[in-house]
Design a protein around this ligand. Structure first.
Ligand code: MN
Length: 302
């Protein structure tokens, strides 16, 4: 089979004063993970004078890494490690929650149009209590015949990101020339996801429309992408080896059991596990109430 599965986005309010909306393609009923990628939010282009931009108060993470990647705009990041950084277009910001971190994300006053993705990576059991960490990397663009690529995690088109991951992963932005076709060598052990930010892109024999996420299973050594439009198309290509563990995802936490999540929630509301973010003007986000039924682990295939 050379057909891709299409995962459509649903609109989710992110919170904040005027509640910016994001398009979420992962997780969803049909799929929990692509490699260790477990969360794909895509937003914009938003005129921040209308949407209010991004203003996410201190909130915790455990058991995962967050990847912030922008196409336009600027986000100020602060975390309980003491990091203070600016997320800018073409620059990877990778935060490791590990055992526990808290952070804030605020679009800056310089930002007029906010446009990007936020992605989460599930940590494997042996590393899910890793120390909190924050890394920044601005990959050099790679010119291909018909496209240019920025490889922020893993290897593609002869370019390898120096950023360490806990499982084999690929994360790259590709801009395809009008009507261009590119064939990329890929790892046959990887499954892949293609998020189309702009345009319509054929992957294998399936057209992936704007804001959709196309999925391809393992077992291919090349990936052929065709821009079906008269203008540049932009995509995010994700990949990784199938994640062999079941996870429980709830709010901003990933664990392996309902008890893990309940403990993380309690630690956020009453403890010091997640540290303190300095320099943000506002109160931390309270955790929602846990559901009345136990949270169930979910794996790659449901
Ligand atoms: Mn966060």
């Amino acid at each position: 089979m050379s057909e891709a599965d299409i995962l459509s986005a649903r609109d989710v309010p992110l919170g904040g004063p005027r509640s910016m909306t994001v398009r979420r393609t992962l997780p969803q009923r049909a799929r929990t993970l692509i490699g260790a990628w477990c969360f794909v939010d895509h937003y914009g282009p938003d005129d921040v004078s209308e949407t209010g931009g991004m203003d996410v108060a201190p909130h915790p993470h455990t058991g995962l890494q967050t990847v912030s990647w922008l196409f336009s705009g600027e986000i100020e990041h602060r975390d309980s490690l003491g990091s203070h950084a600016y997320v800018r277009p073409g620059e990877l910001n990778l935060m490791t929650g590990g055992h526990g971190i808290s952070h804030t994300e605020v679009s800056t006053a310089r930002t007029t149009v906010l446009h990007g993705v936020q992605l989460w990576v599930a940590l494997p059991d042996e590393h899910r209590h890793a120390a909190r960490d924050f890394q920044h990397h601005a990959p050099d663009p790679v010119r291909l015949d018909g496209a240019r690529a920025r490889v922020f995690l893993g290897t593609l088109a002869g370019e390898t990101s120096p950023v360490r991951t806990f499982t084999p992963l690929l994360g790259a932005e590709l801009v395809l020339d009008p009507h261009a076709t590119v064939t990329l060598a890929v790892d046959a052990a990887f499954e892949h996801g293609l998020l189309v930010d702009r345009g319509r892109v054929r992957m294998a024999d399936t057209v992936v429309e704007q804001a959709e996420l196309g999925y391809l299973d393992t077992g291919r050594t090349t990936l052929t992408l065709t821009n079906e439009t008269d203008t540049e198309a932009r995509v995010i290509l994700l990949g990784g080896t199938p994640f062999g563990e079941e996870i429980v995802m709830w709010w901003n936490f990933i664990g392996r059991s309902h008890e893990d999540i309940a403990q993380a929630r309690e630690d956020w509301m009453t403890g010091d596990r997640f540290g303190v973010v300095k320099g943000y003007d506002g109160d931390p986000l309270p955790a929602p109430e846990l559901p009345n039924v136990p949270l169930k682990p979910r794996g790659r295939v449901r």
